[in-house]
Ligand binder design. Structure first.
Ligand code: NAP
Length: 293
């Protein structure tokens, strides 16, 4: 591993400016980092230039001279593909914060790419969706070597409210992220089903929300998702397509570990029905539509 990492490292490149990556890039810029970005669809990233962020058309150019890169792309195969080109522009010793949700096997592959190319790799998926990402209030679930942590911590402080250091061993954060998503998914399907059960039984669904409010089952998540479903607002905070990808990662990892995940599998079936009906780009709360599909 290169010892070239300096505490003054400030140049960061975000690869992937979707829902999460764009918000992360803006917060890094706000906190004083020199930020470059690259996105597969250049048009979607262009507006970030208004925030003082350099938007590149070529990934190799985007990462050239970076002290740190942060990947926030859909999945492991997208990241491998992008890194194939990025590697041509990267210097040895660059820190790589891998923040997308990729699961266990893909994380191992990405860590191997980092090792082969002398990059310092951090397995750092995030907890929190579009709102927290925009407010710089993500929770970073980080694993990686002690070396370089003081530098990545400054990145995490710029984009998150809290960092949970899980392990020195990469892969442990990706494992924890799967467990956390299982809980988020159970909540999402549970809210949608509760509202649709009420409706189908002739009860005004807002009564479900009224009864839960301020009681032990209430949460900000319940309030936000139930309000969105009631309003028919499915602007994606976390797209249904990406939720399917993550539910499949949970099922695969759990099978290998010998644990049954009936509720994740049932939820996955609901999302697939909704996806087939054309709801894939909507928020994962569009599981609501599965009630009649
Ligand atoms: P998103 O809005 O769907 O953005 C996905 C990003 O990946 C876009 O930049 C997209 O580029 C890029 N991409 C997809 N396929 C690609 C490919 N084959 N090659 C190159 N680029 C590709 O997703 P997001 O919500 O920002 O999530 C990003 C990651 O964070 C995912 O792993 C997700 O599971 C995870 N995550 C999301 C949330 C959330 O609440 N949204 C929370 C925690 C973690 P284009 O713009 O060109 O399509």
């Amino acid at each position: 591993m290169s010892q070239a990492i300096q505490t003054s490292a400030k140049k960061i490149t975000v690869l992937g400016t979707g829902t999460m990556g764009a918000a992360i890039a803006r917060n890094l810029r706000k906190k004083g980092f020199i930020v470059s970005v690259w996105n597969r669809t250049y048009e979607k990233a262009k507006a970030l230039a208004e925030f003082g962020i350099t938007v590149h058309e070529q990934v190799q150019e985007a990462v050239s001279g970076a002290d740190i890169i942060l990947t926030m792309l859909k999945d492991g195969s997208a990241i491998s593909e992008v890194m194939d080109s990025a590697l041509l522009g990267l210097s040895k010793g660059t820190i790589w914060i891998q923040a997308s949700t990729v699961g266990i096997a893909a994380n191992e592959q990405l860590e191997a790419i980092a090792a082969e190319n002398d990059l310092t790799y951090f397995d750092a998926p995030v907890q929190g969706t579009k709102g927290p990402a925009e407010l710089g209030k993500l929770i970073i679930i980080a694993s990686g070597s002690l070396f370089g942590r003081h530098i990545v911590q400054s990145v995490f402080d710029a984009i998150g409210q809290r960092t949970v250091w899980v392990s020195e061993q990469s892969g442990m954060s990706s494992r924890l992220k799967l467990a956390l998503n299982s809980w988020a998914f159970a909540l999402t399907h549970g809210i949608a089903e509760s509202l649709s059960i009420a409706e189908s039984l002739g009860i005004e669904p807002s009564l479900v929300i009224d009864v839960v409010k301020d009681g032990p089952m209430d949460s900000l998540y319940f309030q936000l998702k139930s309000a969105a479903i009631m309003a028919g607002n499915y602007d994606p905070s976390f797209s249904l397509d990406n939720a399917i990808k993550d539910a499949e990662l949970i099922v695969e990892a759990s099978k290998s570990a010998g644990v049954k995940v009936d509720s994740v599998e049932a939820g996955l079936k609901r999302w697939k029905r909704a996806q087939q009906a054309g709801h894939g780009s909507k928020d994962m709360a569009a599981t609501y539509f599965a009630k009649s599909l």
